[in-house]
Design a protein around this ligand. Structure first.
Ligand SMILES: Nc1ncnc2c1ncn2[C@@H]1O[C@H](COP(=O)(O)OP(=O)(O)OP(=O)(O)O)[C@@H](O)[C@H]1O
Length: 914
């Protein structure tokens, strides 16, 4: 039996019962011929079990009928009836009779009926089939198609044996013979009445099936299959029986895959359901996509964060490496054009450091520039990353919103309408089925009162229909529940989508706020950094100016010192020569006087002696003058050295302080100190040399004081001649002095004229300078380092005359008792004048009175003071002591710890005290 048409197979699973071919053995009794031949029964049925034994062989089947097994009458109920029920569920059904010739196949199937007696499976199946059709005739329209095929598998041996046994039926010597024809089934059909049309409006799918008797070569397929193995118990057929049992036993292992066949309406319904399921799946898929996209976005964010981390790490390495940044490494970093731009800027920053545009900070400024470029790079990367994130969020949001619009629009309406319509239809069907069921229940109750045969049949039919209706009600209820669930899922999906949109919007607002905040922070930092850079540039220019000025100062100081030292050296050298010459000539004169030289020679000799004595006196005065100037220079340089040695730690003390020491770089400061050291060394040597000659001159003068200067004059005539010579010399000198005074007066007048012009010019320049200063002051108005600007002015002041006596307070110099240094050429008798006070060189040059005034002095006082000072000087300065070494090894020197205002007077005190 087969359900037609074969349409889309159902996805309903087949039960375990349905999967395997059911095999039952039907053992017929010994028939007449066999009894006549005296055959014995060789097939044994194990009592109570579906087990058959043949000789030593034992076989187990689903059922065993005949012999001592189950009665044949129950075969239909157990084997065929479930298949007939399955027909109405859409399953194909196959009952296969298998066995050797004369084993009882025809008998079992019931096709050999006579006189209308129906005992075989087919007639019983027909009865059951039409009974069921009858019971459903009000709801279902059935169409029955009947065909009959008998397939004979004949072998020669079998046919010969059949001839021998005299069995009836169609025999062929070879091959397969198919006889097709309708049996008397038509009588069965006509007996059950006309074809039934299904009730209009009913929605129950019906199944169209046909019964097929088919000897299948292959038993597998889309059908519930039962195989009845017919066997003869006669021992003469034992061999064929054994083969049959073996084959039948193997047939139990055959697996079938029966599926429900459905009609077009059912298919339409199924298609609609599938569409619904598809839409539902689509809906879920959309929701699923959202989470997938979310996951994707999260992965991207993770990736971006990881990339950001890598870039930060690289950045940190670049910072550590500083100037050793290689562009190729940047290329490998692959972080985009902005990165290269920043890299270039970074490199430019580093190059600018190399080019020493800003020498004020030789060690740390490159770090600041790298830091700046790094900060900018970080900012760009952060902005890029957040922009990308925002873009992603926007895209995501747009997508979700379009999905939401789709959901809220026609699609949602269609779905809702669809669900609503389906639910209504199901409800109507359910109600119709329930009404029908109630009607039948009422009929059954009425019929149960009567007890005739016809009524009994109707009652059974109604019961069957009731069962069917109950089943339909359950199915409709299930469908309703399923549709309700789908609708609920749809609503949930919409809610989920709305939540996602809200979440994305919140994230977007948060990100926008973050971007704004980060941009504002960067803007503030950038403004502060630019202001800082501007300040650094100003200070850099200022420091550069100071550096150049300082170099010029060094150079000028060196030149002045060199000139003064050369002059002092020349004066000292001449004094030394004079002293040595006089010593030699005195020895000679002593010799000549002893020999009684003539008067002419004696007069000349006395004149030379007098000239020499005057020259020595003048030269001593010159050396002393050089000594004073050298000493002033030495003290000025020493003071500057103290300033630099103390790093300007002491507070600036007025206009003459040196605050620039603290603003200089360490190298510039050390260079300056080294230069000052050299100057101190040169000056010290010069002072020592001059002091030595002055000391010798003092010794000489002392000798004159003890034995008298004029003792070697032997006669009045010599004295008169010498006096005359002195008078002439003095007159000549005075005349020369007068001429020089006149000349100086002229020069003074010229100088005053020039001075006036210069004064006018100075005023003009002063005005110009004032205007410039005002401009600079305006420029530096925002600059906090006004003190640096003041220090600039100090440098300029210092440069006006760095070695001028004014750089050392004059009163302190004047307290220094110079002894012979204060002696006057005019004061030949009183060589020393203790009342004479030293005056600044500037005053000394312009004032003539100190030179011509009386200043007797005391050589011994000068000698003592100078000698002790010299010892002190040697102890202090001739030691292998270097200022720079002291500074390098310890900044905690006494000089640094003491304020400059105390340190310098202490040095001066040594001079004054001794
Ligand atoms: N269960 C049974 N009880 C009594 N008689 C039976 C039974 N089965 C078969 N017979 C008898 O055995 C004989 C052979 O049976 P049947 O014709 O059905 O065999 P068959 O298998 O159809 O033979 P073939 O293959 O040649 O058609 C018949 O006379 C039949 O009446």
């Amino acid at each position: 039996m087969e359900a037609v048409p074969a349409t889309t197979p159902s996805t309903a699973p087949a039960t375990a019962y349905d999967c395997c071919v059911k095999v039952s053995v039907h053992i017929r009794p010994l028939i007449g011929d066999e009894k006549l031949q005296g055959c014995d029964d060789c097939v044994v049925v194990v009592p109570g079990k579906p087990q058959v034994q043949l000789g030593t062989h034992s076989f187990t089947f689903d059922h065993v009928y005949g012999s001592t097994g189950s009665p044949s009458s129950v075969m239909f109920e157990e084997c065929a009836s479930p298949l007939v029920d399955g027909l109405f569920q859409g399953y194909n059904a196959t009952v296969l009779a298998f066995g050797q010739t004369g084993s009882g196949k025809t008998y079992t199937m019931g096709t050999g009926f006579k006189n209308g007696y129906q005992t075989g499976l087919i007639p019983q199946a027909m009865n059951a089939l039409f009974n069921k059709i009858e019971s459903l005739q009000h709801q279902v329209e059935f169409q029955l198609h009947v065909s009959f095929i008998e397939l004979h598998l004949v072998d020669l041996a079998g046919s010969e044996r059949a001839k021998r046994t005299g069995s009836d039926g169609m025999r062929f010597k070879e091959g397969i013979h198919i006889n097709k024809g309708l049996l008397a089934l038509g009588n069965v059909i006509s007996a059950l009445g006309d074809e039934k049309k299904r009730k209009e409006g009913a929605h129950v799918p019906y199944r169209d099936s046909k019964l097929t008797r088919l000897l299948q070569v292959s038993l597998g397929g889309n059908s519930r299959t039962v195989m009845i193995a017919c066997v003869s118990p006669a021992d003469i057929n034992a061999e064929e029986t054994l083969n049959t049992l073996k084959y039948a036993n193997r047939a139990r292992n055959i697996q079938n895959k029966p599926v429900v066949n459905r009609d077009p309406v059912s298919n339409e319904m199924l298609t609609m359901r599938q569409q619904l399921e598809f839409l539902q799946a689509e809906l879920c898929a959309r929701g699923g996509n959202s989470s997938a996209e979310l996951e994707n976005l999260r992965e991207r964010i993770s990736w971006l964060e990881a990339t950001n981390q890598d870039l930060r790490r690289e950045l940190h390495e670049y910072r550590m490496r500083g100037v050793a940044i290689d562009q190729s490494e940047m290329v490998s970093a692959n972080v985009g054009d902005s990165f290269f731009m920043k890299n270039e800027r970074l490199k430019r920053g580093l190059q600018s450091v190399d080019s020493s545009d800003y020498p004020m900070n030789e060690s740390g400024d490159s770090g600041a520039i790298v830091e700046e470029a790094a900060n900018e790079l970080e900012h760009t990367l952060r902005q890029d990353s957040m922009d990308k994130e925002l873009h992603e969020l926007n895209t995501w949001l747009q997508q979700k919103e379009s999905e939401m619009r789709l959901f809220e629009g026609c699609d949602t309406m269609t779905l809702k309408q669809h669900f609503g319509k389906k639910l209504t239809e199901l409800e109507e069907e359910k109600q119709a089925v329930q009404i029908e069921r109630d009607r039948l229940l009422t009929e059954v109750e009425n019929l149960s009162a009567s007890s005739d045969c016809q009524t009994q049949k109707l009652q059974e039919l109604h019961s069957y229909k009731l069962k069917s209706l109950e089943s339909q009600v359950r199915e409709e209820t299930r469908n309703q529940v399923q549709l309700s669930r789908q609708k609920q899922k749809s609503d949930e999906a919409a809610k989920r989508l709305q939540d996602e949109i809200q979440f994305i919007k919140a994230q977007k607002v948060q990100l926008q706020h973050k971007i704004k905040q980060e941009a504002e922070q960067f803007r503030l930092w950038k403004a502060s950094r630019e202001k800082e850079l501007l300040q650094l540039k100003k200070e850099g220019r200022r420091n550069e100016y100071e550096r150049h000025k300082l170099q010029a100062l060094n150079q000028r100081q060196k030149m002045v010192l060199q000139r003064k030292t050369e002059e002092a050296a020349m004066a000292t050298k001449r004094l030394k020569e004079l002293l040595e010459t006089r010593k030699y000539s005195r020895e000679n004169s002593a010799t000549s006087n002893g020999n009684g030289a003539n008067g002419q020679n004696n007069e000349k000799s006395l004149q030379r002696w007098l000239d020499h004595e005057l020259e020595v006196m003048v030269n001593v005065h010159e050396v002393r003058h050089e000594y004073k100037k050298q000493n002033q220079m030495y003290l000025a340089v020493l003071r500057q050295a103290y300033e630099f040695a103390s790093k300007g730690a002491s507070p600036p003390r007025g206009k003459n302080a040196f605050p620039r020491a603290c603003s200089l770089s360490p190298n510039a400061r050390m260079a300056r100190i080294s230069s000052l050291e050299n100057m101190l060394s040169v000056s010290s040597n010069s002072l020592v040399s001059m002091a030595s000659q002055l000391s010798e001159a003092e010794e000489r003068e002392r000798a004159f004081a003890s034995r008298g200067r004029w003792n070697h004059l032997r006669s009045m005539a010599d004295a008169k001649k010498l006096l005359q010579y002195m008078f002439n010399s003095l007159a000549h000198a005075r005349c020369q002095l007068l001429e020089k005074d006149l000349h100086m007066k002229e020069m003074e007048e010229q100088f005053i004229g020039i001075l006036r012009q210069s004064e006018l010019r100075r005023k003009e320049i002063g005005k110009e300078l004032k205007a410039r200063e005002q401009a600079v002051a305006v420029t530096l108005a925002s600059s906090p380092s006004v003190n640096s600007y003041n220090s600039l002015k100090h440098v300029a002041d210092e440069m006006s005359d760095p070695l001028s006596p004014s750089s050392v307070p004059a009163p302190k110099q004047l307290k220094y008792t110079a002894g012979i240094a204060n002696g006057s050429v005019r004061e030949s008798a009183g060589f020393l004048d203790h009342k004479q006070k030293m005056v600044p060189v500037g005053q000394f040059a312009l004032k003539k009175s100190p030179l011509v005034g009386n200043s007797p002095g005391k050589l011994w006082r000068w000698k003592r003071s100078h000698h002790q000072w010299l010892l002190q000087f040697k102890w202090k300065w001739q030691k292998p002591w270097r200022l720079s070494e002291l500074i390098r090894h310890s900044d905690e020197t006494v000089m640094r710890s003491k304020p400059l205002s105390q340190a310098l007077p202490e040095v001066m005190y040594h001079h004054r005290r001794h």
